[in-house]
Design a protein around this ligand. Structure first.
Ligand SMILES: Cc1cc2nc3c(=O)[nH]c(=O)nc-3n(C[C@H](O)[C@H](O)[C@H](O)COP(=O)(O)OP(=O)(O)OC[C@H]3O[C@@H](n4cnc5c(N)ncnc54)[C@H](O)[C@@H]3O)c2cc1C
Ligand code: FES
Length: 506
């Protein structure tokens, strides 16, 4: 019987680096650019803008590089599974080429930061493989290899991959990067504070008023700036309503101790479902296997624990590992037309910018987004602007756009009707459940010690009913992916307000 219970609930990257301790914002400050969100997108944009002579303030609700960025697989590649053949058919060869170029340029931007600053972040240049174990997938892999080659990407179709199990074939991209994301980002972020620029942690932005001077309201104080970047993963503003054009999908990660393995010679992801994304890393002189996968739409999986079990069983059967060290999960947003949304949003003076929906490939896409936004804000041209334009209409032609709208409406209505009248006494220790009490939807969690934590089950974003995520002990919203702790605190937006607590009486 494998040891699955002792794995710690933190990402490998967060657990192997020190916590940051930037101060919270106090009072009111003025800078050129307010950057909301301290993930790879916000931090990279802040560094680039400061280098271009702007003063910046990074406003981070929790701690920097602990959001999706701190829970990633940390592959930096333009090989985004099967995408280029589809992009050419959907958006045309010119745009597919721009997407490839944006991501390749971002990889080299990251490599340059690392070399010019001498950042020690376990960097290696390795091939990235997308492999298949299914004969029927080979024609798609070959088509992807052809598409990638046409776009000038360093790709080839191969039969052999350095994995300890048989595959039918793979697409190989050469010269990609693998690193430790926080060992890269934390030293990079040290460049931000000073000379009129700041990083503020534990400071949540709750509103933005756009004007000649923009005003960012936070739960601590206020930032006045000429421009505002929303790098909060998904934007919380109603402007642009990007949460309606992007689908939140949760994914799970595990790490396990492993001896020498051929898998250290590459990074891997399969072409079929369920996803298995694999790489190795180093920890205290031993080798670690990282496997990520089991994606599902946020708020729609009642048994999240089984997702970890499946990953561990797979890692055990394919790599013979038993000694599991970490379990973590996080989510990314998937744009309905396949391309991230990066640029100015909304009508008006045009000083508010977003970057979101990276489709699970936000280390390169987020870096490209930061490069694009710093160019837009400093008035420099950038050929990627049209590709990523958040106001583009191509998402309207997507079936995903309408399907999402229908699913959201189904959640809004259906989840209300389905909930039974019940009593908190029916909720067992360790269980979380939405029940109806006197006509109100109440999210009830009874902790292992028997204490009941009762909250309004109505999401503070736009009013859908949240659902219980047992593995993370959180309330997750199936409409746009907001997440709340069992105490109601916002863990992930677009919500900016906590779930209201409920007093259920004696
Ligand atoms: C399981 C998984 C594995 C992945 N693996 C890879 C990979 O190998 N390679 C790759 O390229 N991509 C990968 N991705 C995608 C990539 O990690 C993300 O797209 C990227 O990290 C997103 O970065 P971000 O800066 O936009 O968001 P985040 O890192 O989430 O940063 C946003 C920050 O904003 C803060 N915030 C939110 N709301 C507010 C507010 N109101 N006020 C202030 N701050 C706020 C959050 O706390 C957070 O720190 C993966 C994604 C997943 C889900
Ligand atoms: S996240 Fe939008 S309604 Fe909950």
């Amino acid at each position: 019987m494998m040891d699955t219970t002792s794995a710690r609930r933190a990402s490998f990257w967060i657990e192997t680096t020190p916590r940051t301790s930037f101060p919270p914002l106090q009072g009111s400050i003025t800078v050129d650019v307010a950057v909301l969100g301290g993930g790879i997108t916000g931090l990279t944009a802040a560094v680039l803008l400061k280098r271009l002579g702007k003063t910046v303030a990074v406003i981070e609700a929790h701690r920097i590089a602990e959001g999706v960025t701190g829970n990633t697989t940390a592959k930096v590649t333009s090989q985004h599974r099967l995408i280029y053949d589809w992009l050419i058919r959907r958006h045309g060869e010119r745009k597919a080429r721009l997407y490839a170029r944006a991501n390749e340029t971002a990889i080299e931007r990251i490599a340059s930061f690392i070399s010019e600053k001498g950042i020690v972040c376990d960097l290696s240049r390795l091939p990235a493989y997308v492999y298949t174990e299914v004969e029927g997938m080979l024609p798609r892999l070959r088509a992807e290899a052809d598409a990638a080659r046409r776009l000038g990407l360093p790709s080839s179709f191969v039969r052999e991959v350095p994995l300890p199990f048989a595959v039918k074939g793979a697409l190989r991209f050469d010269d990609q990067l693998q690193f430790h994301i926080r060992k890269y980002l934390l030293p990079l972020a040290e460049e931000i504070p000073g000379a009129g620029s700041y990083i503020f942690e534990n400071t949540r932005a709750v509103g933005v008023r756009e004007g000649i001077r923009c005003r960012v309201d936070t739960d601590r104080g206020r930032v006045i700036s000429k421009d505002v970047i929303l790098a909060t993963h998904v934007p919380f503003l109603f402007k642009g309503q990007l949460w309606g054009k992007a689908i939140p999908r949760r994914e799970y990660g595990i790490s396990a101790r492993i001896g020498p393995t051929p898998a250290s010679e590459g990074m891997f992801i399969n072409a079929e479902s369920p996803t298995r994304s694999v790489r190795t890393a180093a920890r205290d002189g031993h080798n670690v296997l990282i496997v990520v996968g089991e994606s599902h739409k946020t708020g729609e999986e009642p048994d999240t624990e089984r997702r970890y079990r499946r990953l561990e069983e797979w890692a055990s059967s394919r790599f013979g590992v038993r000694d599991f060290e970490n379990r973590w999960s996080t989510q990314d947003y998937f744009p309905v037309d396949g391309l991230p949304y990066v640029g100015r949003i909304g009508a008006g003076p045009g000083h508010v910018y977003v970057a979101t929906a990276f489709r699970g490939w936000g280390l390169s896409n987020g870096t490209a987004a930061a490069m694009l936004l710093s160019d837009l804000i400093t008035g420099r041209g950038n050929e990627w602007a049209e590709l990523y334009d958040p106001a583009r209409k191509s998402h309207l032609a997507s079936t995903g756009f309408y399907k999402e709208g229908l699913e959201e409406a189904a959640h809004f209505v259906g989840d209300r009707v389905r909930v039974p009248e019940s009593s908190p006494a029916d909720v067992r220790a360790g269980e979380g459940r939405v029940i109806k009490v006197g006509g109100d939807h109440v999210a009830v969690y009874r902790d292992p010690g028997g204490e009941v934590h009762a909250l309004s089950a109505v999401c503070s974003h736009l009013g859908c009913i949240v659902s219980w995520n047992p593995a993370e002990r959180s309330w997750d919203c199936p409409c746009h992916g907001s997440r709340f702790g069992y105490d109601g605190e916002v863990l992930q937006g677009p919500a900016v307000r906590n779930l209201e607590s409920k007093n259920l009486g004696p």
